[in-house]
Design a protein around this ligand. Structure first.
Ligand SMILES: Nc1ncnc2c1ncn2[C@@H]1O[C@H](COP(=O)(O)OP(=O)(O)OP(=O)(O)O)[C@@H](O)[C@H]1O
Ligand SMILES: [Mg+2]
Length: 487
């Protein structure tokens, strides 16, 4: 299929999210769509996949102008989009989910569906257990299910919006292999939206770069990373050095902690984190590192062991009590756990206050919000709702909600979905906070980030925590090795 986007415009009030973008996409090729946070990538892909209409401009398939009334309509015409958060329904099995997404008839044909799905999964070497329940699947497996559904639905064009965050290295290889197969053997068009230049280099044939809603460059891949970075930012962003930690008193002391959950039990955790320290937790998604963070935040309760916060026994304290004691927590699921889609930035700022007054003084709140927007360089207004912000700006808002006077900050994937410049900026903010004695514990799927940003590191694998490593005395290779198999 030959696709043309002609002069696509989409404005949101004063924001020109797409400002006259024209592109040509050919079958059998894999395109990388790049650009800094807020450049307009998701907006353009939502237009191409029928999620929203453009203000003006045309989408043309093989010479024929298209109008999509909905994603289902676009799907019927061969466009499928893999969202970052899969759309499946947790209480059902893989098979049932697949069926629900596919068959509109009243009587569901289980047999046919499971045959289709089996064929699809074996063709792409997906290792999906069709009878397993969705809640037992990893993010990577849910993504495979979603992909199978789109393919059986007849997608000719597949759009993947940051598909590799949170999936394992093996799952990424399987995903990339299937993308190559789809392009090379079946002539499909694939579009990868990503901030990870190495992935774009590994997978794509062409890259397109957006900046402030305009297409500012196209290039063949592979090409030097530097060229892509220059196209995205106009210059090479500087990478701030990690200032040496000035360690103070112990902030968090954990002894023999056990955190039981129905899926995984983490035990024998012993950990000390001091003022001004950055502590990195590495490991595949679901290996236990997130459970530890949630226990530190008071969201999960240990059934054994002890937790001290600044010498006070806080074992078993609730989330609100921990918050009041000076623990801040930023969850990875921006729009599931951290932010509320329909609420404005101002409302978020108000809700993040430890104590609420009965009446909200909107004037005070608005000026406070504007100060935060300025400080955290959020592209948005105090009355913009969270879902109107680009992924990167949602992440900035999460940071703006962390109180200034915290003893301990817990972060899941602090720079997930952020471009290089925004990640550097976020880390500078965090370094500033540690200057004043805050301790930081973060988990990340990005090994380079763990290695570059942490003073000390622990690796999780199957609920087991490794010994604590000094970053100076280890290497990315050693951490990678530990991630592979501790248990
Ligand atoms: N529904 C909406 N209402 C208001 N503004 C919006 C809406 N959707 C997007 N925007 C704005 O359009 C601009 C482009 O957003 P978009 O989500 O396309 O960026 P992006 O390139 O995908 O960024 P990121 O890498 O951070 O995901 C942003 O400034 C965003 O706030
Ligand atoms: Mg986006």
């Amino acid at each position: 299929m030959h696709i043309e986007l002609r002069d696509i415009r989409k404005y949101f009030g004063p924001v020109k999210a797409n400002d006259g973008i024209s592109l040509v996409l050919e079958g059998g090729r894999i395109y990388g769509l790049l650009g800094e946070n807020g450049a307009g990538k998701s907006t353009l892909m939502k237009i191409l996949s029928g999620y929203q209409p453009p203000d003006s401009g045309e989408i043309v398939f093989d010479g024929e102008t298209q109008y999509f009334s909905s994603p289902a309509d676009a799907m019927g015409k061969g466009i499928g989009m893999l969202y970052q958060d899969p759309l499946d329904v947790p209480p059902f099995t893989v098979n049932e989910n697949y069926l629900l997404g596919r068959d509109r008839r009243l009587v569901l044909d289980y047999k046919k569906a499971s045959l289709e799905l089996q064929e699809m999964t074996s063709r792409f070497s997906f290792e999906l257990d069709l009878l397993s329940h969705i809640e037992n699947l990893s993010l990577g497996e849910r993504q495979q299910l979603e992909l199978a559904r789109l393919l059986v639905g007849g997608a000719q064009v597949l759009i993947l919006d940051e598909p590799t965050t949170g999936i394992s290295a093996d799952q990424k290889d399987v995903l990339f292999d299937s993308m190559r197969k789809l392009a090379r053997e079946e002539g499909k068009t694939l579009i990868l939206v990503s901030h990870k230049l190495d992935e774009v280099q590994e997978l794509c044939d062409d890259a397109m770069v957006l900046q402030y809603g305009k297409l500012v460059g196209e290039t063949d891949i592979p090409c030097p990373n530097e060229k892509l970075v220059r196209m995205m930012f106009g210059q090479i962003p500087e990478r701030g050095e990690r200032p040496a930690a000035k360690l103070g008193e112990a902030v968090l002391e954990i002894t023999d902690l056990r955190i039981p959950t129905y899926r995984l039990t983490v035990e024998n955790i012993n950990l000390n984190v001091r003022q001004g320290e950055v502590f990195g937790l590495a490991g595949l998604e679901g290996s236990g590192q997130q459970l530890l963070l949630q226990a530190c935040a008071g969201l999960l309760h240990p059934d054994h062991g002890k937790m001290l916060l600044a010498n006070e026994d806080v074992t078993g304290w609730s989330y609100h009590r921990m918050q009041a004691a000076g623990v801040g927590y930023a969850a990875a699921g921006r729009l599931e756990e951290g932010l509320v889609a329909g609420l404005t930035i101002a409302e978020h700022i108000e809700l993040a206050q430890p104590k609420h007054k009965f009446f909200v003084d909107w004037k005070v709140l608005t000026s406070k919000t504007e100060a935060k927007i300025e400080q955290y360089q959020i592209v948005g207004r105090s009355d913009s709702t969270a879902d109107e912000l680009s992924g990167g700006n949602q992440q900035r808002l999460l940071f703006a909600l962390l109180r200034d006077d915290l003893k301990l900050i817990l972060l899941e994937h602090p720079t997930r979905g952020l471009d290089v410049r925004s990640s550097n900026w976020i880390w500078e903010q965090l370094y500033q906070r540690r200057e004043s004695g805050t301790a930081i514990i973060f988990m990340s799927a990005d090994l380079d980030e763990i290695f570059e940003r942490s003073d000390r590191i622990a690796v999780f694998s199957g609920g087991v925590m490794s010994r604590v490593l000094q970053t100076k005395e280890t290497s990315v290779e050693e951490i990678g090795h530990l991630i592979g198999g501790l248990a």
